[in-house]
Design a protein around this ligand. Sequence first.
Ligand code: 5AD
Ligand code: SF4
Length: 455
Amino acid sequence: MNVYDTVRMTDVLAPLGYKTVDSPDAADMVILNTCHIREKASEKVFSELGQLRRLKEKRESDGDRMLIGVAGCVAQAEGEEILRRAKQVDMVFGPQTYHRLPEMVTKALGNTSGRGISDTDFPVESKFDFLPEESQTHGPSAFLSVQEGCDKFCTFCVVPYTRGAEFSRPVTAIVDEAKRLVANGTREVTLLGQNVNGYHGEGADGKTWRLGRLLRELAEVDGIERLRYVTSHPNDMDDELIDTHRDLSELMPYLHLPIQSGSDRVLEMMNRKHTGDEYRRVIDKLRDACPELALSSDFIVGFPGESDQDFADTLRLVTDVNYAQAYSFKYSPRPGTPAASIDAQVPEDVKSTRLAMLQELLNAQQMAFNQSMIGKTLSVLIERKGREVGQLGGRSPYMQSVFVQAPERLMGQIVDVKIETAKPNSLTGSVVTGDFGVFDAHNMEHAKAAMEGRI
Ligand code: 5AD
Ligand code: SF4
């Protein structure tokens, strides 16, 4: 979501003449878009601000002006603290107010008070009603925010406090944005929301539509070839949405469905409002609907009060489900959340040991999944350059990174790739067919001959 918000901020700033640059060195304005989900992410902000202070001082000694803004959830949660501790900061603003950036920038440029300005409201009006149309291409694979905020209040999580209450954009606004993305070259759209499958937006018929219906509508948009959505809550996985995994060829066979823990006791303390078995049943239904579905999840180890038995339950759940990939974190106490004040915090060394054990299991599952792809042909949307010369990279339907040697004109195309090698985090292979024809040596010769009029 921060990537999406960052792109939208550049859209808001474009009419003021701002363009993105590759390095902060010569920038007229630097905005840090921040994440508050775990302490580590939060801490980064203050160390980055230290470096920016030195840069700003240097620029000022050369007679230049440089604005520094802090956006995102750290600004939302700790805006006043940032302005107090970091005098170099000109503006702090949260995830729901960045449509007001033009006013903030004007104010900040005229501000002589010695203290930065702050806008961390939760406005009644939605920023989406004020954001300008996209002013740039968003690439072959683009994000589209359809839902924001969260009303679930898991006891470890800051999101309901920093992103605010659940809000769903109306269907027509989403479809219009998707059409503009496609007109600018996007072929894959990932719908975003902190609780995306809790989507309940106003449909074209004035009724409330859930995510499954929205996905079906988007699949009808000419030019959208792939759809994904992230992040989901198990309790909002309704039958209509599960059915779309069977019915919609555009919906990629990959789902990130966090469970956090495999222990019913911990799930209860987390206020997740479901058990391990209820999650398993959702997975079974999904796999019935789409047998090839690759699954991903988030896990937290060392939640306050987590016992060895609780952790063993998590390992058992992981073994039962068999994930294609997953994210796992040590529990990080977040200020203001209920779990942070539970007495039975788990010692750091226990968290580290559990994380290492869980990651070993998840990594083995991921490697096995990747290895099972060798010899198969996968359709890959080529979207970026690889690290090696002549290498391009993209994603398989199952979200794996796939690298190929291929001509740059394939950028933005969906090509068939025969998988040759599997690494823990990526695959490599050769392009066999694609929108531009066939690419093995024999067929290349055939295509060349055809182009030269020899056949
Ligand atoms: N500590 C550790 N991990 C957390 N997450 C959210 N809050 C915390 C926390 N306090 C993880 C959850 C969530 C993912 C986005 O971040 O696993 O699904
Ligand atoms: Fe946080 Fe997700 Fe729980 Fe909402 S559902 S509180 S975003 S972990």
